[in-house]
Write a protein that binds this ligand. Sequence first.
Ligand code: SF4
Ligand code: SF4
Length: 310
Amino acid sequence: MGVMYDPELHRIVPTLRPMAFPTRFAVEVCAECNLACSMCHHPSMKRPKGKMPFELWRKCADEIAALAPRTECWFSFCGEPLLAPERLLEMLAYGKSVGLRSLNINSNGMLLTADLAERILDSGVDLIVFGIDGFTAETFERIRVRAVRDVVYTNVERLLALRRARGQGPEIQIQFIEMDENSHELEAFSEHWLHHGATLKVRNKLSWGGKFDTPLCIPRDDRIPCPWAITMMHVFWDGRVPRCPGDTEGEEGVGNAWDEPLAVLWERLDCYRQHHLNHDFDLLPDRCQTCKDWMTGAAKRIRPSIEKAS
Ligand code: SF4
Ligand code: SF4
């Protein structure tokens, strides 16, 4: 049965408006991954993989700091940033040094050793999101292919304990992408992570530009501007800027962050944003006609004592 209406999604509609600079910026620290998750496009990704040169991040960070230091910078996009821990840490340190206010990590948690956990807490990172998606080993390992449930749980629980011992630290969110395969475990999953002091983030499955089927089927008449396109810019490890996260191979790329200022590249994406905001959806590229990711731009967050959506 498809999901016809998502109240979280309609709650963010008023926030979708013209923006002079993205409010969210995805930085592909490393395009390699140690997992092959069942709902992810990464296992079939064809473009070259590598690690972002520090100099490229320095250029991006300087530009963001000058224009909009509150921009949420997300490490990483397609790939696992803990495969390049030293690069990640130097990027975080540089971001802090130039005054970036929101430095956030996305990780699968497999490589989070005790030493790395301490160094990440020392870095001053603002938010860490772990994609976990399952409570029992059977479910977790069917979805998070090549990960080991007990290793990830131990690593993330240790990070939460270290943060608790320090009495301060970043928000730590545990993400659950709700799917037919795991929805029966959501209650036990929630209880477990809320008990450990984490924030729960529950979201719908992405179609990754229409490559994956999802249970979402919001009627065409209820279509909204794509939140990803309106708010977010992505930079691959080699500097290429795709049109949006659905453009996972960069086939509709608009340029390269090595060559041009981020503000110029963002401006080049403006025609697409106008089509979204004017509800001229028929004028959007073919990918937008089949992609369902405009339905997935909102997540539900449950904190140990309060509930919030954004
Ligand atoms: S860990 Fe992340 S990037 Fe890697 S396969 Fe899983 S979802 Fe994709
Ligand atoms: S709906 Fe269009 S803009 Fe949004 S992610 Fe999909 S292809 Fe990209």
